[in-house]
Design a protein around this ligand. Structure first.
Ligand code: ATP
Ligand code: MG
Length: 429
């Protein structure tokens, strides 16, 4: 038997999960600071949810979805992204009726896309994302962007680049669309078959094409910036102003259109400028989606959000050579020598754990010396040794591995002593 993980997926081993937990905790902490509350939705949804919201001319819907028929003949899809589900839940649970608006949500969990695997691109990956639904205030656009930036900054990243653009409102996009069609139409034969399909259906998508990105007509394509109506331009100006108030530097890229259909007004991406990050430099992407809630059967509630993958965040941390200070989490390693002492060791290990002191012991009847080596490898602060002598005196030998000192400590005061010296240790650190 030779069964491996499916292509594009990975096992995250115990030696790696510590990093994941640090980053996940940092993210949850930022969400608490900004008052975004977690929402957990199913990992599969009705396929129609994604075709309707993400859009059927997008790469995601056309090439990347894991779609299957269940035993009741329903078409279901493993979620390729989180916004559609969050908005579906917003509508389904009538969150637009909540007293406090906008509704601020975050999610963190696996997403699935049938993609070609490469560094930073997987078929199952974990996205963290937020959605603020119910406000069209440009200040919240800045808040959403600043939360994403804070996560990266708290993770120690310095080489960040924020790129923003405005996709305008529907009116602005209609006139831009006409201009795009006349721009590309005479040469459309030189483009990939996807772009040929996009020309009439959704010419904006051509700008996001990965196959034809170097075609000269891309550079000269009519820019959305020139088609923004007064309202859209004013909105974009306010977003920029708020970003400046927050001291968040940004660049404007008028060709930034993002891969999903539902965006309008503000679109943004955060990139890593770290050398050695590899070909893919985008860490996070997001934007405003006024109209999506209505499209999914709700009222006219405007929204904005972003998503980032934890995988790319971890890659960026690595690319910037940031050290992980792996803190030891083992307080005590308990060694019982002989049958009677072993029983005491089992009991004591249990009691320590009940008292919130992390404890480990041997279950292979190994020699004392080997157990000491284990204690060292595990980074234990203390070793407790119990032999017949100690048993008789109702005491244990408590050895401090950092200083090498050891004392006979009565069982009755052992836990107190460990607790006080640990707090002293922490204070000194
Ligand atoms: P790309 O251009 O890299 O394909 P995208 O436009 O498809 O990105 P989004 O749908 O905007 O990406 O997803 C937001 C974020 O999710 C990305 O910026 C990236 O951090 C992450 N992401 C997207 N696809 C993958 C993947 N296959 N593996 C790992 N992370 C991913
Ligand atoms: Mg993609």
């Amino acid at each position: 038997m030779d069964i491996k993980v499916p292509r594009g997926t990975q096992d995250i081993l115990p030696s790696e999960t510590g990093k994941w937990q640090v980053v996940e905790e940092l993210i949850r902490e930022q969400c608490r600071m900004y008052q975004y509350k977690e929402i957990r939705t199913p990992v599969f949804e009705h396929t129609e949810l994604f075709t309707r919201s993400v859009g059927d001319t997008t790469d995601i819907v056309q090439k990347e979805m894991y779609t299957f028929q269940d035993r009741g003949n329903r078409s279901l899809t493993l979620r390729p992204e989180g916004t559609a589900s969050a908005v579906r839940a917003f509508v389904e649970h009538k969150m637009f009726g909540y007293a406090d608006q906008p509704v601020k949500l975050y999610y963190m969990g696996p997403m699935f896309r049938y993609e070609r695997q490469q560094a930073g691109r997987y078929r199952q990956f974990v996205q963290f994302g937020i959605e603020a639904i119910g406000s069209a205030d440009p200040a919240i656009d800045a808040e959403v962007i600043s939360l994403a930036m804070s996560v990266y900054q708290k993770a120690g990243l310095k080489k960040l680049k924020l790129v923003i653009n405005s996709l305008g409102d529907t009116d602005s996009r209609v006139s831009h669309k006409t201009a795009l069609v006349s721009h590309f139409e005479p040469h459309i034969a030189e483009f990939c078959s996807d772009c040929q399909n996009r020309l009439q259906k959704n010419p904006l998508r051509i700008l996001d094409c990965k196959v034809d990105r170097n075609h000269p007509l891309m550079e000269t394509a009519p820019s959305l910036a020139d088609f923004l109506n007064e309202e859209s331009a004013a909105y974009f100006d306010k977003v920029k102003e708020y970003l400046s108030i927050l001291n968040i530097p940004f660049e404007i890229d008028t060709n930034l259109v993002r891969g999903l259909d539902y965006y309008n007004h503000t679109a943004f991406e955060i990139m890593s400028a770290a050398e050695g990050f590899g070909a893919i430099t985008t860490l996070a992407g997001g934007g405003r989606y006024n109209g999506l809630v209505e499209e999914l059967g709700g009222p006219n509630a405007p929204g904005i959000g972003f998503a980032m993958s934890i995988e790319r965040l971890l890659l960026a941390i690595e690319a910037e050579n940031n050290e992980w200070s792996e803190q030891s989490t083992l307080d005590v390693y308990v060694i019982g020598l002989g049958e009677a002492a072993k029983k005491k060791a089992v009991e004591l290990t249990y009691q320590l754990r009940q008292q919130k002191i992390t404890a480990e012991m041997d279950y292979l009847d190994r020699k004392m010396k080997t157990q000491m080596k284990s204690a060292d490898r595990l980074g234990a602060k203390y070793v407790i040794v119990i032999g017949d002598d100690e048993l008789e005196k109702e005491s244990v030998m408590l050895k401090d591995l950092a200083t090498g000192t050891q004392n006979l400590v009565p069982l009755s005061s052992l836990i107190d002593q460990i607790k006080t010296s640990s707090t002293q240790l922490e204070a000194e650190e």
